[in-house]
Design a protein around this ligand. Structure first.
Ligand SMILES: Nc1nc2c(ncn2[C@@H]2O[C@H](COP(=O)(O)OP(=O)(O)OP(=O)(O)O)[C@@H](O)[C@H]2O)c(=O)[nH]1
Ligand SMILES: [Mg+2]
Length: 402
């Protein structure tokens, strides 16, 4: 009997959609060559170890030492729950640098030794078996041998409480081979790249899963970040609103490394910042607010996936302009969060009044923000906005987007 709980993916979105990896199930991470799937493996292993699941890793892609060092770059650290079958070191003729983490295949060119090592190890009770990588087994031997390893593991997990994850990169093995492989797993998660005009990105998507019925899966853009791992990624969030409302202030307060093209405190081209929050990553693009820069608005709004509309709570006369900017950036109708900034200044409207006077078509989330150290605000510089407001606005937006 395995001791841990049912394995998890360790990637929030997949665990939400599929409720982890039930016992006796095999999962294929199916990556296109342009996009690495290693980080999915690292994060999966890390989180199962933390959950006190016993993990067996069959490794032929790197030495155990290099593998663990790479994991560490993402801040993933292992513990005693991890064992390895090292099918790599034998190729280089170097002994496994650390015998304590598992067994080494002496002759990685010997199919029988590999089969025996896997069969022997599977006698022990692991909660999760990870193969990194199945495509390398196919490359090293042939596709049929890779399929026979899948069969071997499937037979074992069908009669136990464990599950398996196969990391696979699709280097053109032919449709027949790939179809056979896919038919042998219970779930398949694709990891691929997209190129859509200016935005290049990577996404993952559940393509099949036999333990979740009647659910529609969506694809999710992601970035792998060191340290941190897989983050859901929104390549373009537009931050717009009337002049002086606090767009630049918002972007600088929400990101560590924002840059702005501005003059005397007013934005003349754009602001840009990276947000890394709650397992999400997003690029924020801020527009100028002054009308003389309106020719830029459409360009800046292009390909945005969501909007943060910032208004000055003390200036309801600017609200029609705020709505006009949604039209001019052509982002009207996208997921939106309204930020009512300067909410504690004299004359600031309350939340209901803002909502009322703004006439937004649907009930968009509305978040109030205020500056820190109001006494020291420099009219030629962005203000630092309080963290609570920033985080509430980002949380609301990420919720709208997912
Ligand atoms: N008192 C107070 N001042 C704020 C607040 N937020 C921003 N400011 C100030 O308001 C001014 C305008 O802020 P910005 O962030 O530059 O506004 P913006 O929307 O980017 O302006 P444009 O780029 O010109 O459209 C700056 O002087 C800020 O310091 C706030 O919550 N309270
Ligand atoms: Mg600005």
């Amino acid at each position: 009997m395995a001791k841990g709980k049912d394995p998890i993916f360790g990637i929030g979105r997949l665990d939400e959609e599929l409720s982890g990896i039930p016992a006796r199930k095999g999962v294929l991470f199916f990556a296109s060559p342009a996009v690495g799937n290693e980080v999915f493996g690292y994060q999966l292993i890390q989180n199962n170890l933390i959950h006190n699941n016993k993990v067996l890793l069959y490794l032929n892609r790197a030495s155990p030492k290099a593998y663990l060092a790479d994991m560490k770059e993402y801040d993933f650290i292992t513990n005693d729950n991890l064992s390895m079958i090292d099918s790599y070191s034998g190729i280089t003729g170097i002994n496994s640098s650390d015998g304590s983490i598992g067994r080494m295949i002496k002759n990685p060119y010997d199919k029988e030794e590999i089969k025996k090592a896997i069969t022997d190890e599977l006698e022990k009770d692991y909660d999760l078996i990870v193969i990194d990588s199945l495509s390398l087994i196919a490359d090293f031997f042939d596709f049929d041998f890779a399929l026979s390893i899948v069969d071997l593991i499937n037979n074992k997990i069908k009669n136990s409480d464990s599950s398996a994850v196969f990391l696979f990169t699709d280097w053109n093995y032919g449709e027949d081979n790939v179809d056979k492989l896919i038919s042998k797993v219970n779930a398949r998660v694709d990891i691929k790249g997209i190129e859509k005009r200016v935005i290049f990105g990577q996404y993952f998507a559940v393509i099949k899963c036999d333990w979740v019925i009647g659910k529609k899966f969506t694809s999710v853009l992601f970035k792998s970040v060191k340290p941190g791992g897989i983050k859901i990624y929104f390549p373009k969030i537009l931050v717009t609103g009337p002049t002086d409302a606090g767009k630049t202030s918002f972007i600088h307060s929400a990101s560590k490394d924002a840059i702005s093209v501005d003059r005397l405190g007013g934005t003349i081209a754009l602001d840009h910042g990276n947000v890394d929050f709650k397992g999400y990553k997003a690029d924020l693009f801020g527009t100028p607010g002054q009308e003389r820069f309106d020719p830029l608005l459409k360009l800046l709004g292009g390909e945005a996936v969501g909007v943060i509309l910032i208004i000055d709570s003390t200036k309801p006369t600017q609200f029609p302009r705020a709505i006009e900017m949604l039209r001019k950036t052509e982002t009207y109708g996208l997921p939106i969060v309204v930020v009512a900034n300067k909410a504690n200044m004299p004359g600031a409207l309350g939340i209901d009044e803002v909502r009322d006077k703004l006439h937004l078509e649907k009930e968009a989330p509305l978040i109030q923000t205020v500056a820190e150290n109001v006494e020291n605000i420099d009219p030629n510089k962005p203000a630092k906005l309080k963290k609570e407001g920033i985080e509430a606005a980002l949380s609301a937006l990420f919720e709208e987007l997912t």
